[in-house]
Design a protein. Sequence first.
Length: 588
Amino acid sequence: MRKGIAVSPGVTIGTAYCIHEVFVDPARATLQPHEVAGEIARFESARKRSIQDLRLLQQKVEQQVGKDAAAIFAVHESILHDATVVGKVRAWISDERLSAQASLARLLEHYRELLHRSDDEYLRDRLADIRDVVERLTGYLSDALTKDSGFFSGPIIVVADELLPSQVVMLGDSTVHGIVTQAGSQTSHAAIIARSRGIPAVSGVAGVLRQTKTGDVIIVDGREGHVIVNPDPEVLTAYRKLEREFFDLRDQLADNRDLPARTKDGQALELLANINGVADAKSAVAMGGSGIGLYRTEYLYLTHASVPGEEEQLEIYREVVAASPSGSATIRTLDIGGDKTVPFLGREKQEANPFMGWRSIRLSFEHPNFFLTQIRAILRAAAPDKPGDPPKAQILFPMVTNLEELRRLRAIVRRAEQQLLNDGKVFGKAPFGMMLEVPAAAVMIDELVKSVDFVSIGSNDLVQYLMAADRDNPKVSHLCQPLSPAVLRVLAAVVRSCNQAGRPVTLCGEMAGQPQAFAVLLGMGLRRFSMSPAFIPSIKELASHLSISTAERLLHNALKLSTTRQIRSMLNKELAALAPNLRPILMQ
């Protein structure tokens, strides 16, 4: 048994599929002699298609962002023309009969060993370029794997160092029942993706790739953070029972989909969904959500082969709005930086502490035309069906730090509106909101709230900034606890200020979907919660067991305690007594 961080609840059992740097189907890692010529042709086809992609991408980025940003794609194309690089891959295919994907994995490892020995920062940066090229090639080569190989025919547990959005796209519609990663935390890409799909997941399992091979039987317990590889029959039988209990509970909770979200004493609540795309918006409907509280638009960029233009963004935003249960959505502008990067927006810049550096609106301010394109698309998506109707979208800006930034953002929105008027485009007056993630903004919320139409609390970043601990660093991620007394006190003050100012406030971090956190947030006066769609049924069920007075009592008791462990223990005990049917998901 390996212990990690429980990031998405549930218990599942399946076959391990280990992802290292690129996808390599073990059954096709080596070739038969008669397959060599075809495999070289497959590699050359992927190379030519990648070159075409990069040329189009360079032109598009140059138009939208600038020549400097577009230059990186010329570097990527030069790698695809490099005789040494191409020669190595072809030689490994022809001489050692490695598949094209296995050869690319070997190429990446070769350059990693070579460049990591260098003290030259420029050379080390080139490794990232080679990885991008390899991932682009692998994307084409993986089409046949995911669609034709039949490897993903049963329940699969993906085991990886870290699961990137691009890798999720490559997995396609395969039957992934669980996710285990060596790196990451409750707010990593893998965690967010797993929760949005309702997949049990555990992160931060050190060394799991060394101890697991593709084909192993693996158990994932996303409640307790346990991973068990090749269990004995007795353990397997016990977990099969837990797996059935989890799925039975999920099926039972699905029955509350069409019921309104209300507390035990009748207080109406809004249970909204955090989404990464149109599929998640449809999931929100299936799970009984009342709307879209946060559309993370960065996943549109992270999984896109090119730079999405205004019309393409508009089409997707309209699809999200149309799929939303309420017919409207809160759309957050690009939140790139930290652990999420794209090559054409500063990936070449190395920062000692990227989470506290050049990211989110700070990065967007440096690319005003690029930023305006997204704002224009959101405003157009907000256009109501007829005059007098409310706008269909709200615009949300991440990582706001001070009043000066809010004023600057207002000016950019006014500029976008004027451009659309001049162009004769129909648009809506989208409500203007700020994401509260920076402690400085929490301290100044009484002033900032006067300049916005609504506030969304991003607890994922707020917690790590308050605790001065990188949530994706296993050495310190244990400090990133939403139930920390310090976090609860700050959140209580923010919610109180927003309510007093009459501004709608939503908590859209992952803690909104955690039963223990939900109970105390309800006690603070929060009535709008946005979470992964898979969590909505269980939170709706929990709300039906909680009165406002009970939630206020739980908050009062929590604020009297001095440690996170005491708070969690108290809440687990209280909630297990109030909602005994939810015990399978409360054991975290």
